[in-house]
Design a protein around this ligand. Structure first.
Ligand code: MG
Length: 255
């Protein structure tokens, strides 16, 4: 595989829950030693970048915040490009910190955007209805991601996608998706490496958003058999990964 750079998914590739995936650190060391460029590109919307970086550091992976791309980063860039930045956030965890750090405001008085991430237990009839009403009153819908599900310590769990779809159904509006598989999200990371799509491979555990999304953007798609990977989903999918490996530990064998 002739590539100069890698885009690496985090959840399901480097860890599941609080458990690191064996060989992850060695794979990153291999990339560094062999002068590959790499960035981390995650659809995680429950944690701010500082927390993700800290979590990786606790697993022995020293990854600077700047090399981590998450949907809030894309959403902030998008809002700034429109000149409007009043938003209502439907998320959980400390992901709001990314917005605070960027100096944009969560202001439900005058809402330009309703931003929906994987909000976990914060998703209630009430919170969804608040979002619904703001959308009906004119706000635009931003989906930080639209994944169907992800793998937690306790098993597969619903991601933001099903709830974004519910809001789209109720309002007749179409969400603007910030995370993978959005081409502009991949491009944000490519620009940062100064590489073209054909020079880069994406490695992830989601056959649709990681592999399919990357391929649609002209990037090589590598699927790992860790995290949310399921053999039956792979068999039924129209997406054909360019490579499939047992885990990130085997990455160097295919580069
Ligand atoms: Mg993943």
């Amino acid at each position: 595989m002739k590539v100069k750079g890698l885009l690496i998914d985090i959840d399901g590739v480097l860890y599941v829950g609080d458990q690191p995936i064996q060989g992850g650190r060695e794979a990153i060391e291999y990339l560094t030693e062999n002068k590959y460029q790499f960035r981390f590109i995650s659809n995680t919307t429950r944690k701010c970048r500082k927390t993700i970086s800290g979590q990786l550091s606790a697993m022995g992976l020293d990854i600077p915040e700047e090399s981590i791309f998450t949907p809030p980063r894309a959403a902030i860039a998008y809002m700034k490009s429109t000149g409007r930045d009043h938003f209502h956030l439907l998320t959980t965890g400390d992901v709001d910190q990314d917005f605070i750090d960027a100096g944009v405001r969560d202001d439900s008085e005058k809402t330009d955007f309703v931003i929906v991430g994987d909000a976990g237990e914060a998703l209630t009839y009430r919170s969804l209805n608040t979002a619904f009403r703001l959308l009906i009153e004119g706000a635009e819908l931003i989906a930080l991601e639209k994944d169907r599900y992800w793998m937690t310590r306790n098993g597969l769990s619903l991601s933001a996608g099903p709830f974004v779809s519910a809001l789209e159904f109720a309002t007749g509006k179409q969400a603007i998706v910030m995370g993978k598989p959005s081409k502009s999200f991949f491009n944000l990371a490519l620009r940062d490496m100064d590489l073209q799509p054909g020079e880069v491979a994406m490695i992830g555990d989601d056959i649709f958003t990681d592999v399919g999304g990357a391929q649609a953007a002209g990037i090589t798609g590598i699927l790992v058999r860790t995290g949310k990977f399921r053999e039956d989903i792979l068999q039924d999918s129209k997406v054909r990964p360019d490579a499939i490996i047992d885990s990130i530990a085997r990455l160097q064998e295919i580069l």
